[in-house]
Design a protein around this ligand. Structure first.
Ligand code: ARG
Length: 558
């Protein structure tokens, strides 16, 4: 229930609109002050009264009922206390009835959201730098679907460019079939790295030739290229399965080879294309940006050219409501330019393109580069987290069944949560110890809380009915937090910020644990036992749904 709405509709202040009241109502910093507060300072001018007097008269005239049980004026604020018993019943019954759907809605029905994420580069390592885009994009995909939108996951593969000429050249000189088949992407990457450190002028020349051959449809060059591509794709697929993410389209940069010319023609027709030192550009000086390069002087297209074609293709194919690009902030300028060019082309939907930028992830031991071959592969980070999780779990609970399965959920969860927990624009330093701490603000902490709640439910069951006779503050806090889940999901979608759901989960877990340690559940007396069991089950529902939306598994026992 929307309490702000409920309250604002019952307040009558001549000269101040209902909306103004609605938007002024806020959450007080501590629950002792009430559950909602209306600051009256803003209204002093219109009402020609001091805030203190306004608050007093609003509090006096407020009609308390079974929903809002108290309205009290304190220093220019009206503090409202909601009837927690009524709220508790509504929230618990609602969460238990909805189960896995609790927090979902149909608000996005009929709207498609394209999410361009992960977007790996063929024949290059899937390294820790791809973690954030994969985790954030994967979570947004689930969140939008949960809210009734149709999410379309797009992996805009980096499968275009001169590096493939280099790769074929390196393979021709140093590679062999068996080795590449056996080593897969690692073998391909080794060849690429070797090319960059050992190739001479002659090989550089050959590489350019091979690239030209791919472009011109040469059979052998294309077969090699397709082979490298399929090896990369089947490799990344195993990682996507681990991380619980999926894509509806793998249309990468090459896919747009024949779709760029119409865009170039349109740019020319609309008088947007300009020649500059032999190259074709769109001048963006007026908008305080460097020019957007469309064709190089040798006629080759660029990354931006393919993104222009891709945006138009997506609009035509999916008629999206929003098209998100979950890409590191290093590409801020690129997307600003591409969006601007589309706007100048008169595409009114350019306003629906959103660059969901995120910060860098590094490990404690520093940065990485593909060309030097010193990179941290994501698979190694995941494997190490799972291994560490296995160790921790075995120590904590040696008799646990399915230890390996639990370790997978905990380890993978830690990797995802580690990338998601902070506001996405922040740079993060990934620390194994931190993401696997049972005490910190981590997925393990939330998973452990779920296992705890689950074990209570296993012993006591979920009662079909319960009585509520007043709430302790610890219980009320859990109730309010469960009630806040649907809004957290909505906010996460609106701000493209899955960390809101991650932080929500930690907050509810903390409140649940406080309740768990302060209040007896299974040995509670009278009506309390059933109520607390129902409350535990409802909290578990909200916790599980949060983790699931982030792509994190929830073990029953830990
Ligand atoms: N492959 C690119 C990279 O690794 C990311 C592509 C992002 N998507 C896009 N439509 N440009 O940097």
């Amino acid at each position: 229930m929307d309490y702000k709405k409920y309250i604002s509709e019952k307040i009558n202040a001549e000269g101040v609109s209902g909306e103004e009241i609605y938007s002024a109502i806020a959450l007080p910093p501590n629950p002792e002050m009430g559950d909602y507060a209306l600051p009256c300072f803003k209204f002093a001018k219109v009402l020609r009264k001091s805030p203190v007097l306004i608050a007093q008269s609003l509090a006096e005239s407020y009609p308390v009922d079974e929903v809002i049980e108290k309205a009290e004026a304190v220093n220019g604020y009206v503090n409202f206390t909601i009837n927690k018993s009524a709220l508790a019943r509504e929230v618990i019954e609602g969460a238990l009835a909805a189960g896995g759907k609790y927090g979902s809605s149909e608000e996005g029905a009929g709207k498609t959201v394209c999410i361009d994420y992960s977007s790996v580069n063929i024949a290059k390592p899937f390294h820790i730098g791809h973690l954030s885009t994969t985790a954030i994009g994967g979570a947004l995909y689930k969140i939008f679907n949960f809210l009734g939108y149709k999410a379309v996951g797009i992996n805009h593969l980096g499968d275009y460019g001169t590096q493939f000429g280099k790769l074929i050249c390196a393979y021709k000189h140093w590679g062999n079939k068996e080795e590449v088949e056996k080593g897969g992407i690692h073998a391909i990457n080794d060849l690429y790295v070797r090319f960059n450190s050992e190739a001479d002028e002659q090989m550089e020349h050959e590489a350019r030739e091979y690239f030209r051959l791919i472009e011109n449809g040469d059979k052998e060059a294309n077969e090699l290229f397709d082979w490298f591509k399929s090896l990369t794709l089947s490799y990344v697929q195993t990682i996507y399965e681990k991380l619980n993410v999926r894509f509806d389209s793998y249309a990468g940069e090459r896919f747009y080879t024949d779709k760029m010319q119409p865009v170039i023609d349109e740019l020319r027709e609309k008088g947007l294309l300009k020649e500059s030192e032999g190259a074709q550009i769109v001048d963006l000086e007026k908008y305080g940006m460097p020019p957007c390069l469309i064709l190089r002087s040798d006629g080759a297209s660029l990354y931006a050219t393919r993104d222009l074609a891709a945006a138009i293709y997506r609009k035509n194919t999916y008629d999206f409501y929003k098209c998100l690009y979950v890409v590191a902030y290093q590409q801020n300028l690129h997307f600003k330019q591409v969006f601007k060019v589309l706007e100048l082309m008169g595409k009114e939907w350019a306003k629906d393109l959103v660059h969901v930028a995120y910060g860098m992830v590094s490990l404690e031991d520093g940065a990485m580069s593909t060309r030097k071959g010193k990179v941290v592969w994501l698979e190694d980070v995941i494997a190490r987290c799972v291994e560490k999780a296995y160790g921790i779990i075995s120590e904590k609970n040696p008799d646990l069944e399915n230890k390996q399965d639990v370790a997978e959920k905990v380890g993978v969860g830690a990797v995802i949560f580690g990338a998601l927990y902070n506001n996405k624009i922040k740079d993060i330093v990934f620390s194994y110890d931190k993401v696997l701490s049972f005490e910190g603000e981590t997925s393990v902490y939330v998973q452990y809380t779920c296992a705890r709640a689950n074990s209570v439910i296993e012993k006591g069951g979920v009662p079909s009915e319960f009585e509520i006779s007043g709430l302790l503050p610890q219980e009320a806090e859990v109730v309010k937090s469960i009630a806040a889940f649907p809004q957290a999901v909505k906010d996460a979608a609106e701000k493209y910020e899955p960390s809101i759901v991650a932080r929500y989960a930690v907050d509810l877990a903390q409140k649940f644990n406080k309740f768990y340690f302060d209040c007896k559940i299974l040995t509670a007396e009278g009506d309390k036992k059933n109520f607390r069991l129902a409350l535990t089950a409802a909290a578990l529902t909200a916790l599980k749904n949060s983790l699931t939306l982030l792509g994190i598994g929830v073990p029953d026992k830990m």
